[in-house]
Design a protein around this ligand. Structure first.
Ligand code: EPU
Length: 435
């Protein structure tokens, strides 16, 4: 398996450009299936989840054409119904958006349960509830999701989500744009990528209002037309470089971002003593000589994102004093802790709470990327640690970070990829020791 080899101890310095948002891109590509025309998507991140979704929609009959490395045209006019390609669908979480887009486009779907990072049970009951409210019959059995709409067309409905869910909010929006009548989603998630999906859909002729608040209204339209849309910058990629700069005691200008999306991360970094200067579309992060402890609770947006929890966990290992992290979204997002302990971190986990006794220098060790953000956290730990760290199972990291190694090397990091010729994608293979 390919791995990253990192010689730690070098502060990061310089500038880094942030790519398009993964969690917006992975919804926008399936949503393009609804568009009756050519849909040009700009600022697509070059990551494996995006490649996989483009393969899935092209398997469904969409013409996919790369204009340049971050711009793609998707033409869904000749798409016809067929079962979604199961092997690919199983590998990624965002394949669940095909449920909404296939029901909206064809009135029928057969897909697998989604894959993705394993943070404990990740049900899709709120997606199912939404699709059923819109008039679909959904049957989830033996790992498959079968959906059918009598008469072929969904109808608007009022849906109150029992849980704030990013995926369910976006999936219902996708399904509702071509439905007959008005859909109201209450207790909706408010993440930046939800607004981005709404903006994408509206730029193709949809009528979606209120995205970014907890009530989203979708007035169904007859059809969507082609157009051009530019995806927003990735909040979590930006946050990851912010923490990497802070943890290594470096100074990094993080460019092509929306500072507003990073406010909770900025506020938390400032609590640790890190200096963060905000500009119009960039932030400058300067590491503190001594880091202070902080407590973190992950919450839906605008709270601190769960997708930054492992990365901030590494920073807090270096900060003086005891820090407490409370995971507010997932049951099991601490698998990276057993890996960090191999590097000398002192961390105790009790359910959704983890207590970090900080102030110790980490030492390099062979570790695994247990999932996407855990993997990014291991890289940050390796950049700070004394000696050499080898991070295995890097395919997880490559699902969500464009050119991670290249960007870090440009900031002065001593990191390289060691390639093994017989590598397979390995999406489902990693077993981390539970804590
Ligand atoms: N949940 C349910 N039922 C549902 C849906 C969700 O109980 O039908 C629960 C989940 O188990 C979880 C909580 O609700 O406890 C929130 O889940 P949500 O639906 O918001 O998460 P998701 O849509 O599966 C997306 C991102 C994740 C990110 C979460 C939270 C994508 C493809 N994935 O997942 O991103 O952690 O929102 O912000 O957009 C990542 O990028 O590393 C990543 C894991």
């Amino acid at each position: 398996m390919d791995k990253y080899v990192i010689n730690g101890g070098k502060p990061l310095h310089g500038e880094v450009e942030i790519s398009g948002a993964k969690n917006a891109a992975v919804a926008i590509i399936p949503a393009a299936l609804l568009v009756d025309g050519v849909c040009r998507i700009e600022n697509l991140p070059q990551i494996s989840d995006v490649e996989m979704l483009l393969t899935i929609v092209s398997d469904l009959g969409c013409k996919v054409k790369y204009i340049n490395k971050s711009t793609v045209e998707v033409d869904a006019r000749n798409a016809t119904y067929k079962d979604a390609p199961f092997e690919l669908m199983r590998k990624i979480r965002a394949s669940y958006y095909l449920i909404g887009s296939m029901l909206g486009r064809f009135g029928v779907c057969k897909t697998t349960m989604p894959g993705g990072c394993n943070f404990g049970v990740r049900p899709i009951d709120q997606h199912v509830k939404g699709m059923e409210a819109l008039g679909a019959t959904i049957d989830v059995k033996s790992g498959f999701v079968l959906g059918d709409v009598q008469g072929g067309k969904l109808h608007g409905a009022r849906i109150y989500l029992d849980k704030v869910s990013v995926g369910a909010t976006m999936n219902i929006m996708i399904a509702a744009v071509l439905a007959q009548g008005r859909t109201i989603i209450e207790n909706a998630a408010r993440e930046p990528h939800i607004v981005d999906l709404a903006n994408f859909l509206n730029s193709m002729g949809a009528d979606v209002r209120g995205a970014g608040t907890d009530t989203i209204k979708v007035n169904g339209v007859e059809k969507l037309h082609g157009g051009c849309y530019t995806i927003i910058p990735d909040q979590i990629e930006a946050g990851t470089y912010m923490v990497a700069a802070a943890a290594t005691g470096g100074e990094v200008l993080i460019k092509n971002i929306i500072p507003k999306h990073l406010e909770c991360i900025t506020a938390k970094l400032r609590e640790t003593g890190t200096i963060v200067q905000q500009y119009e579309d960039s932030v400058l992060v300067k590491g503190a000589s001594t880091l202070r402890r902080a407590n973190v609770k992950t919450l839906p947006y605008p709270g601190f994102p769960t997708d930054m929890q492992p990365q901030i966990g590494v920073l807090l290992c270096l900060a003086n004093g005891t820090s407490v992290i409370t995971e507010g979204i997932y049951d099991n997002r601490y698998k990276y802790v057993s890996e960090l302990r191999k590097m000398g971190a002192e961390i105790q986990v009790d359910g959704r709470v983890c207590v970090i006794e900080g102030g110790h220098r980490l030492t390099g060790a062979p570790v695994m990327a247990c999932d996407l953000r855990a993997g990014a956290a291991m890289v940050i730990a390796g950049l700070c640690a004394a000696g050499q760290t080898e991070v295995e199972d890097i395919h997880y990291i490559e699902r969500g970070y464009e050119n991670f190694v290249g960007k870090l090397r440009a900031l002065g990091a001593d990191i390289r990829i060691e390639e093994f010729p017989d590598d397979q994608d390995g999406y489902d293979k990693v077993v981390c020791i539970p804590v």
